[in-house]
Design a protein around this ligand. Structure first.
Ligand SMILES: [Fe+2]
Length: 224
């Protein structure tokens, strides 16, 4: 891979800003509707709108690094709607949130100018977005890896720490440190794309450095 990690994240960050920076009216109507929906309805520190922005941008950036062409309509819709099934307003009891989201994208994309022939590809990418699934097809594979890598590195730490209960109940800080370590073990072997695999080691190094310092400064988490 000729692209550097720093360059990939810089490009991903720049692309992540585009949906915000662009005048919503200049977007295709369905993209404006998806962006508005996600901004208004998907508010969460770990799997909200900013997570979708990162997934979209990083998936594009990794595919470019691998010289793989993605259908941007499919990727955009899947990236911004893939976690809607994790929100109370849309969740279904005992159903995996990716399956729920795949079944409910018509609530957002229905009666828009989104190309109907691409809906099945969006649903497929959403169903397999979690790291423990096996994605098929380019958009599904790069969304899967972007979503998995968002559990690692500084962002992975920030997302899990954001889930600590601020009233002192569970999950506690040490609980989420275990969660971070769990992700560091379970996520890397599930990455499927060449560009994604190249990002794993540096992201793990970031986390290890943070966790080593945290343990040093908290009597091995006893004072966290
Ligand atoms: Fe996600």
């Amino acid at each position: 891979m000729t692209i550097s990690r720093r360059h990939m994240f810089a490009c991903a960050f720049a692309m992540a800003l585009l949906p915000c920076a662009a005048d919503a009216q200049s977007l295709q109507p369905w993209r404006a509707k998806v962006t508005d929906f996600a901004t208004q309805n998907l508010k969460h520190p770990a799997w909200g709108f900013s997570h979708s922005q990162r997934d979209y941008a990083l998936a594009k950036s990794m595919a470019a690094a691998d010289h793989v062409t993605l259908d941007d309509d499919v990727l955009f819709a899947a990236a911004y709607l893939h976690d809607m099934g994790a929100f109370k307003a849309f969740a279904e009891d005992k159903q995996e949130h990716g399956d729920v989201a795949a079944a409910k994208i018509d609530l957002v994309l229905g009666e828009t100018d989104f190309p109907k022939a691409k809906l099945d590809a969006v649903r497929a990418a959403i169903r397999t977005h979690m790291y423990n699934y096996d994605p098929v097809g380019p958009e599904a594979r790069y969304l899967h890896d972007a979503d998995a890598l968002d559990w690692l590195g500084a962002v992975g730490v920030a997302r899990l720490i954001a889930l600590v209960d601020n009233g002192g109940a569970k999950p506690t800080g040490p609980d989420m440190i275990k969660g971070i370590e769990n992700n560091m073990t379970k996520v890397p072997p599930r990455i499927v794309t060449p560009a994604g695999k190249a990002l794993v080691a540096p992201l793990l190094a970031e986390e290890k450095a943070f966790l080593d310092a945290l343990r040093r400064e908290t009597d091995n988490l006893a004072r966290l």
